[in-house]
Ligand binder design. Structure first.
Ligand SMILES: [Zn+2]
Length: 310
């Protein structure tokens, strides 16, 4: 999760000076040294990302369906920016909201951004039973009714919606992604930003089943790693056609063009933080989330033996 917010309203979180103090590789403060930064929470006990081990996840009946407001608005996404650590889209202030899904109150969407790697198609921050997807998209929201300068002091001051992104043969939602990635060629260097038109957040999420998700309490995944985030990780990945993701795809519209073009986007990827210890935290899942295979097997096995015994 990045919290580089460009509007003055949220400028309390923004720090261009901080942006140069840390990195993923090639500087003094790589992830294992983030906790040494002044004011850092990166060595805390409730850090993100984590590996979601589905065999220890418990179903929480309170994790009902989300309500999404203006996710289908054509004017919600303001711009797309290369901030040096990721590609980020800022959202119109106080326009897009999310509630429900077990969240306590309403949250206002601030921005979304991506994490990825150039190697092995594995650059998501969270992992699912150890599996690392090619990319992860984070939709960052702030709790309404809390003053901006207080948000990071609440353990649920922020809610982040995390979506895995996979590359598939049948990427039937590739058209919006192709439009989206067509902007990437205009932001080859840190600090560049362009206006975005004709794409909605719903377009990018596509047909992911938003009733199936995991929940835990954690942190920002970039300095200062404040432990102020209610995490939602959706079980189903966003499926993007593999040609939009392939490093061999040479057009400027390739989804990960920026990720693979060392000349233009050198230094951003990989931009995922290593997995952090769970330290006894609970991971829960919405009732619609499929149980892990092990539970099904145990059920079948026990049914088999009980039928033999009866
Ligand atoms: Zn992120």
């Amino acid at each position: 999760v990045f919290l580089h917010v460009s509007t003055s309203f949220w400028s309390c979180f923004s720090s261009s000076a901080l942006a140069n103090l840390w990195c993923y590789s090639g500087c003094g403060h790589t992830p294992e040294h983030w906790e040494a930064l002044d004011e850092s929470h990166c060595g805390g006990q409730k850090q993100s990302p984590i590996d979601i081990v589905t065999s220890v996840v418990t179903i929480d009946p309170n994790l009902g369906n989300f309500t999404f407001v203006n996710f289908s608005s054509q004017s919600a996404i303001k711009n797309i920016t290369n901030n040096g650590h990721s590609v980020q889209c800022d959202i119109e202030v106080d326009m897009v909201e999310v509630s429900g899904g077990g969240l306590d109150g309403e949250y206002s969407v601030l921005q979304f951004h991506f994490h990825w790697d150039v190697a092995n198609n594995s650059g998501s921050e969270h992992t699912l039973d150890g599996h690392r997807y090619p990319m992860e998209m984070h939709i960052v929201t702030a709790k309404k009714g809390i003053l901006p300068n207080e948000t990071l002091n609440h353990n649920d001051g922020l809610a982040v919606l995390g979506f895995f992104i996979d590359a598939t043969e049948d990427g039937n939602i590739s058209a919006p992604w192709e439009t989206f990635t067509s902007y990437l060629k205009d932001i080859p260097e840190e600090g560049l930003s362009v206006k975005v038109d004709n794409i909605t957040i719903d377009d990018l999420i596509g047909n992911v089943d938003r009733t199936k998700f995991y929940r835990y309490m954690g942190s920002l995944t970039t300095p200062y790693c404040n432990q102020a985030v209610v995490w939602t990780i959706f079980q189903e990945p966003i499926k993007v056609h593999k040609d939009l993701q392939s490093p061999d795809f040479t057009t400027e519209k390739a989804l990960m063009y920026l990720m693979y073009s060392e000349k233009q986007y050198n230094g951003i990827a990989p931009n995922y933080r290593p997995i952090q210890p769970l330290n006894g935290r609970n991971i829960t899942a919405s009732p619609a989330t499929p149980p892990p295979h092990q539970v099904v097997l145990i059920f079948i096995t026990s049914s088999f033996f009980s039928s033999k015994l009866s």
